[in-house]
Design a protein around this ligand. Structure first.
Ligand code: ADP
Ligand code: MG
Length: 263
């Protein structure tokens, strides 16, 4: 389905998801998912509610362990692995290292409510990466300017609109200097008039060469910004191809039906 370099040869693959299975209780949520993302590529994941999109992102970010298959981020293997029929778990250190390369933006902005916008963006680099506070603050100011919120650095989340909060969340994720940014329906909780400014910020991040995985129902964004669209249904990848091909000429009736619904 996707072009794959032979195993063991250096590639520009940022993310390799290979035969991933995930159970939540009795529910087989991911049923053998294969996706590859090249460095610099923008991949939009579409699919009906309950198809496993959020679960997949959680597995990529190792918030949830997988029950089978392999996930590699920038060559770092995360998740469980079958070895001679035995599952073994990766060490905490390797997991933390792999996760550090991934920025995550959620539907609900998840900002620290008791911190200003500037402190939200500074916190990770200063406290987790151990950057000197002066450098972390200077970088945070650059990022807030980039997302159009230089004037709001002293504001608390409750003083910002949903769109502004989400842009702070994007700046906060970028501050960790991730190699991969993942967005889980970043505009679904926003009032319609605030969606555009967040999509515009994401487009700007994409244009700067970031590798991005975006779970979204915003077909217009997918058409304009994505290199590839992956359509998920019932825990499987139903389609995976160039954005326009999948959106304009879906191969499966379920994809077509979904696109008719969200248009
Ligand atoms: P999507 O993001 O595509 O809407 P999710 O990954 O959130 O889908 O959910 C996939 C399936 O897993 C759904 O049927 C959902 O009800 C179920 N699910 C999600 N989280 C849990 C959980 N913590 N425990 C049990 N089932 C869950
Ligand atoms: Mg979801």
């Amino acid at each position: 389905m996707t072009q794959t370099a032979p195993a063991g040869i250096a590639t520009d693959t940022m993310l390799r998801i290979d035969g991933v299975h995930k159970w939540l209780g009795h529910l087989h949520v991911l049923r053998g998912v294969d996706i590859q993302v090249r460095t610099g590529e923008i991949v939009c994941i579409l699919g009906p509610s309950g198809s496993g999109k959020s679960t997949l992102l959680r597995c990529i970010n190792h918030l949830d362990p997988v029950d089978g298959g392999v996930i590699e981020v920038n060559g770092e293997r995360i998740g469980h692995e079958l070895h001679g029929g035995q599952l073994y778990e990766q060490s905490e250190r390797r997991v933390a290292k792999a996760r550090q390369h991934i920025g995550m933006v959620f539907q609900h902005f998840n900002l620290f409510g008791h911190m200003t916008a500037l402190d939200n963006v500074t916190y990770g680099p200063a406290r987790i990466l151990g950057r000197p506070r002066k450098d972390a603050v200077a970088h945070a100011r650059q990022l807030l300017a980039k997302v159009g919120l230089a004037e709001k650095e002293g504001s608390y989340p409750s003083q910002l609109s949903g769109g502004q909060q989400q842009r702070v969340a994007i700046a906060r994720a970028l501050a960790m200097e991730p190699r991969l940014m993942m967005f889980d329906e970043p505009t679904s909780a926003l009032d319609p008039e605030l969606v555009g400014e967040v999509l515009q910020t994401m487009k700007q991040v994409a244009e700067e060469g970031m590798t991005m995985i975006v779970v979204t129902h915003e077909v217009g964004f997918a058409r304009e910004v994505a290199d590839r669209v992956v359509f998920m249904d019932q825990g499987r990848v139903l389609e995976d191809g160039p954005a326009r091909e999948v959106l304009d000429n879906p191969q499966h009736e379920r994809t077509a039906a979904f696109l008719r619904r969200v248009h």
